[in-house]
Design a protein around this ligand. Sequence first.
Ligand SMILES: *Cc1c(COP(=O)(O)O)cnc(C)c1O
Length: 413
Amino acid sequence: MATIQSNWKIDGSQEAKRIVNPIRDIVDGRKLEENPEKELINLSLGDPTVFGNLPIHEAMKKAIQDAVNSGTCNGYGPAHGLQQARKAVAKHYGAPDSPLTENDVIMTCGCSGALDLCITSIGNSGQNILIPRPGFVLYRCLSVPRGVEARQYDLLPDKQWEADLDHMEKLIDANTVAIVVVNPSNPCGSVYSKQHILEILAVAERHFLPVIADEVYAGLVFSGSKFYSIASLSQNVPVLSCGGMGKKYLVPGWRVGWILIHDKNDILKKEVVPCLMSATRKILGPSTILQAALPDILENVPNSYVENTMNVVQANATAVYNKLSAVPGLQPVIPLGAMYMMVGIDLTKFPNLTSAIDLMEKLMCEESVYCLPGECFQYPGFFRLVLSMPNDRVKEACSRITDFCKKYYVEAK
Ligand SMILES: *Cc1c(COP(=O)(O)O)cnc(C)c1O
């Protein structure tokens, strides 16, 4: 065996080795074992299907069956997506202030695929993009292996996770090529006001930078909040809006996403759009069955489907916030949308917890509650809870977190 292996030395690529995923690095390296006496409550996965409490709409099943039965969607489609799918997305997501035609839409493999195409098509090695902190890990995974630096601008927990605009502006230099904005936010659950989006756009406009908007949670806001797409508020800044079916329609495994190209002034038309189109030729978009089903799904799934999801999430958010804000040493930040909440932990009050990673491990092994530490989002001192599960599970998780914190809390002398 040894000689066979020493004759076959096949190196992995440097590019693949540069793909860093902090969640995997932090979580996989540890043995996370739950307490066998307590049923596991997994609040770590941003996948609304895992608890089984949010079934998909019947119209979605029918649309898929019809697409299969038609027998006409089994071949290769155009690299940037089937015309009927692009047309339906343009109709559904276009607005008077931000009109779209089918030619402004590219179908992609999930919202991840959309972000990949955008980051692949803007900027070169040695340049940089701005990304939020705390932030979704994917932006770094996509930029760093290409030699594009991912510079993090701070979000402010005391201002409901608005971007620190001064910090954002200070990070911009001659090599900056785009600003990534996620709204509503994973991991924060924040939803930006019209005013704040206009402020971000003003920074982008002063520096002639396009915005890559991660709007995979578009419209997923609690009652009382309103979602504004960044493109709908932009006069001059070009916006590449990345979205998808996964979160809104509760089917992340279907891998259907899109890019909406908002380019009123033809700023991206000459260079970036052709690059996006070339980049689509690598993978050829999502399954044609799903693309063919998409027009019926967008047309026939009622708003009440999304409202139902958000009612579940909002009820959980309220319950968690009420419960955990009463726990000494914890500072939950109330979300306004998406499916998550960040909770701050004042580690000076918990001398036997060394970090949020330590908290994650001990909470798992003592209370069988699994949440992700802020380190997974470059944000120590916080942990993230997923809010899409049944309400009784959330309440149980909160009781256990409360007991856990009371056990570890030490009042300063
Ligand atoms: C889930 C998620 C994505 C990826 O969406 P897919 O459609 O599953 O690829 C992108 N951005 C954010 C902020 C997300 O939470």
